[in-house]
Ligand binder design. Structure first.
Ligand code: SF4
Length: 73
């Protein structure tokens, strides 16, 4: 599965971290979250994850109030 993260939209609410802390972490530097294992491309971050993570990352995406997390179908 693929995860896309629009980091500039992040408001640091922590919901994604609560949903799946194996993949999402808060940054102490700027108060936004970090996509663990993500590679930066322009303003976006991309990560490949195992299918077993799908459910948790979808929960993180649904919880995000600013629609900063996208999961491929
Ligand atoms: S749920 Fe969205 S806004 Fe909140 S910390 Fe995660 S990416 Fe940022």
């Amino acid at each position: 599965m693929k995860i896309t993260f629009y980091r500039d939209r992040c408001i640091g609410c922590n919901y994604c971290v609560e949903a799946w802390p194996e993949r999402w972490q808060m940054s102490k530097r700027d108060g936004k979250c970090v996509l663990i294992g993500g590679k930066k491309k322009g303003k976006l971050y991309h990560a490949e994850a195992g299918e077993f993570e799908r459910e948790y990352n979808e929960r993180a995406a649904q919880a995000c109030p600013v629609d900063a997390i996208r999961i491929n179908k």
